[in-house]
Each structure stands twice: as structure tokens, then as C-alpha cells.
Design a protein around this ligand. Sequence first.
Ligand code: 6R9
Length: 661
Amino acid sequence: MSDSNETLANLAHEQRRFAPPAAFAESANVTEEAYARADADRLAFWEAAAERLDWGQKWDQVLDWSNPPFAKWFTGATINASVNCVDRHVEAGRGDKVALHWVGEPEGDARDITYAQLLDEVSRAANALTELGVRKGDRVAIYMPMIPETVITMLACARLGAPHTVVFGGFSSDALASRIIDCGAKVVVTSDGGYRRGAASALKPAVDEAVAKVDAADGDLAVEHVLVVRRTGQDVAWTERDVWWHDAVDTASAQHTPELHDSEHPLYVMYTSGTTGKPKGILHTTGGYLVGTSYTHWSVFDLKPESDVYWCTADVGWVTGHSYMVYGPLANGATQVLYEGTPDAPHKGRWWEIIEKYGVTIFYTAPTAIRTFMKQGDAIPAKFDLSSIRLLGSVGEPINPEAYVWYRDHIGGAKDGGEGVPIVDTWWQTETGQILISPLPGVTHGKPGSAMRPLPGISADVVDDEARSVGDGEGGYLVLKEPWPAMLRTLWGDDDRFVETYWSRWEGLYFAGDGAKKDDDGDLWVLGRVDDVMNVSGHRLSTTEIESALVSHPSVAEAAVVGAADDMTGQAVVAFVILREAAGDGGAEIETELRNHVGREIGAIAKPRQVMVVPELPKTRSGKIMRRLLKDVAEGREVGDTQTLADASVMDLIKAREAAR
Ligand code: 6R9
């Protein structure tokens, strides 16, 4: 990717730097010392992190890397993830502490759950699942809205050693069926429905369809039971394999004696969003995963369990919901918010209202959400008291510098001369299980758009086509050079595909699939998937960079850029933009103005051939733009598979806009 350097260099003109506030740095959980300690002895560093958890048998070996790329962490040790997330806090006298401030979408529908109550509920659910025939090693599929029972079911499965697979509630019955079949789940846990955008939506019908598809599929697989939570009270069809949660779980005993599992016992399978091809079942195991997620949750978010109120807005059907809503925070004994609905129901200030009400101190969300709020205008968050916030996080995509600065100003208190709170831009993947690249908020200064440095104990680098480490100011591929505790162990049932997908490009290196660059200070900028790199007249251009240039224009809230086939230039830049509300329809000259703006920011070569103003962009539930679909529009093709879109109607809106041009 060396020919991309001329355009990559443009990002380096970002000069803003934000040092950690002095008071924050003084009391931070982790200081500079951690990097030196990890550099001196990486395995001793992770061994010390493991001491933060409760184990049965201790390990013989921290890492067994004798059969790469198949890692084993904390070999010979035994542990129970559910005990670490629940029982041990109750045993330590913190049973009355709130674990979950659950907030339903309908106003006033909320429930606080203490660690002691969580222990009762998880124990009951573990007993009920046992009663339904779930044994250690069996798989359980979870297809639920964001309600406490979802977290309870995950922890109950972990307690039994029955790996769960959570399928996002917005996915179709086909997607659910293919996941059930791939991992051979024998029980499905669901609800009648949930609340989203002010209305009750249904879930059970999709489960019924999926179960019928599993029955009809080849092989002897069958879903034995469907356990159903009554959330909305809507009518549901009922068969003899269905069981109500309130019949099975509420009546079960609240005493459950957990078994310890091997450190490498499977904890869960998470299917990646599957933007192309058959979804991959990412397998995470128990001991190393819990070490990696709990340590990074404590260090990156500077969690003070006694005083913080933490809120991660991710859906539990995404890996962030697993690592930084369930396992990391609960292992650390955090108090957190769990919100069922969408940010705009019943009004656009709902998230800020929740922050004010619960005094949220640490807030973790995605760039796509931040850009939506930018679009709606500064006045909405300004109506709420957000002064409790002391740390902000971002995950899921590169955060455009403008979005970073807006986040810091309007949510992090830096507007009107305020000091502002640290922002952690956290890079990681479903596969990595834990955050790998991020500032440490009491140590690293923030640089808008850069994820900065690998965390202590992590060996990441940017390399060229020959796997040579690139110099400062140069771009290439993001790789990991050493194993880390929460790494995926394989793809469920497909070791060959695991090796082929992640470890075959260069000997001994994990290739993350992302392009990145080192700036002149050696800090890392993740530029997005390498397949998002365009080639225009022989120049390599990154979609992220052009998108950031567009978002830096005062009229633009969001942008997605694709490379469309072009007779003259090979590929041409086509941009889709959403305007800020204050910009109205942008006026007749908006397209020319935005093309010129990109020309000024990056260079004439990056000027879009075409700029389309659209009302929405097609996104997966985790907020990633599905550029593949936009490319279909840009190249005038029939739009491909929209199965994993959070909202499938978006493509109709975009096509209608294109037709009206
Ligand atoms: C946690 C999660 C992983 C891909 C990853 C990269 C992108 C995530 C990012 C980021 C730039 C960040 N990504 N965080 N890019 N800066 N802070 O998102 O997992 O859904 O598996 O996606 O997301 O492209 O490779 P997952």
C-alpha cells in the first residue's frame, strides 16, 4: 500500500492534541508503568491480570503456543465465568450494589437489579435450562431484545458450560436458522417481542419460522425447546416445545451450585455480521477471554466500581455487548445502564435524559450514533445535565476527527471553554474479543481520529506487502504479532477456514483485514477494511479519509464513499451524504460545493465523480455502513442481499432518490 502514502499523509495534518486532565491522570487505574512491565515480560503481565479473577485450580502454563495458530491460555486452570461475574461480588458483601439499571423503552418502565438479585435469577435460569435438558457442552441460541433476561440467560449458560450464541433480534428467520444449524443449538431462548421506536415488535414468529427450517434441514438436528419471555404481552403462536419463562424460570430454585470449567472450555460462539459469504462462527473460550475483557474494561475505561455508572450503548447481539456489557463490566463488579430501545424514542434526547437520571460517568458508543446526534444539532444534548460524565469511548469504525471533536465538546463538556473529558477510541474486533489498540485515558493524550497505541501486553504493527514493519508516516496492513488472552480460538467447526482467513497471508502474523498507518509520532490510524480501499487512476484512496473530509464540511452529518467502476479512471469516487438538519436540502449547489471541498481537503484526485444527498445510509446493527449495497447503486446494478441490514427499507429510500435525479 505504499502508493497510498501521498493521500494517507493528509490525515496527519490533524494537529489537535488533548492531554489527560491532571486530576484524572493522578487517580487513573493504570499508569505508564504498565507498558514497561508488559514489554519486560508479556506473559508475566497477563498472569498478573489473571490474578484479578477467582479461579479454582490455578494454571500450569500462562500460554501454550506449541501448535500455532491454536492458542491455549491458562492451561490446566479451572474457572466459572458466571461465578466471576456474579457470585463473587455477593460473597464479598457487595450483594446490594446495583448491577443493572435496566431502562425499558416505554417511559417509566425501568428496573434496578442488584448483584444479589442477579445471582438469584441466574441460578433459577441455570436450574430451568438444566430441567429443559441443557448439559455442559450443549449450545443455546439467544434471540432477544435488550432486557435483563438476556444477560441472565447468557450468564446461566456460562454457569452450566453451555456455549451460547446470541443472534441480533433484527436478523431474519433465515439468519437465525443458519446459525442454529451451524452450531447445533438444541434450545432457543427468545421473547414474544420487544420495544423499538415506540412500538412493540415481534420476535417469536421469526423463531417459529427458524425452528421449522431447522426441522426441514438435512441431518438429525432439532430444537428441543423454545423458552419464551413475556415482554410485550402480544399474542404468540404456541407449540408443544415452547415453554414460558415465567413458568420454567420463576418457579425454579434460586440455589444453584456451579461447576468449575476448564480455562479453554467454550464460552460462546458469535457469528460475524456476514456482509459477504457464509457467516463465521467466532469461538471464544473462558479463562483467557475473561482475563482480557475484565483487564481492558478496568484499564481502558478506568473503572472505579464503587463510584462509576457505566453505560455501553451496544446491542447485546454484537461482540461489544458481550465483552463490554456482560463479561468485562460484570466481572469487574460495575454498576451499569442497560437500555432496551432506540435513541430517539420517545424523543431525540432520550440517551442524554438517561445519562442525567442515572448519573452516568463512563459512556461508550459508536461513531455512527455520534454523527446522527451531530446531524440533529447541538441544542438537544444541551438541554440535559451531562456533567457526571468523566470518560467517553468510541468503537466500531474509525471516528472522523469532526465527530470526535463534537463528541468531546457537546457530550464531554469541552464546549464554552470546559476542560473536557478523555476520549478512548478503541480498536478491536469480534475475533480479538478484547480491545487491543486504544489510548489509556490517564496516560495517552487524545488525537482526533487516531486509536493511538497498542495496549500493554499487545504486539500490533503496520506492515507492507512483504510483512516488513513500515516507518512513521507510512501506511500498510494492521497485524498482530503475538497471541493475546481473549483471541478467538478457531471458527466453530472449521479450523481450516480459521487458519486460511486470519493466519495465511504472512507466516506467524494475524491479519486483521484493516488498513492502517503510522503518523509522524508513530501513533496508529486505522483506516478501515482493506477492501474499502479504492484505486482511482492508479492512486489508492481510502474511503475513510474522503468520508472524514466530507464530514468536516459544516453541512454534512454523515458520508459513505464507494469506488464505482469507471471506464476512464478504473474506479471513481461516489459519495452518499446525509446533511445536517440545519442545512435543509443543501441548495442547488451542494454537490459542486462538496466536490470542491474534498478537492481542497485532500486533493483533486479524491474529488467524487458524484455526490448523492440521501436521507439514510444502509447499516448493519453494529453501525457499519454496508458499502457493498451502495456500490450496487453507484454501478447501477440490482441491489444485493440486504439480510444483515438493521433497517432493510433504507435501500428503497436511496433507490427512489437515485431514480428521481
Ligand atoms: C468491536 C467491533 C471489527 C472491525 C475492525 C475495523 C472496525 C472497530 C474501530 C474500527 C477504526 C476503531 N473498527 N473499531 N476501525 N477504529 N476504533 O467493532 O467488532 O463488529 O467485529 O468489527 O470494525 O474495521 O476490523 P466487529
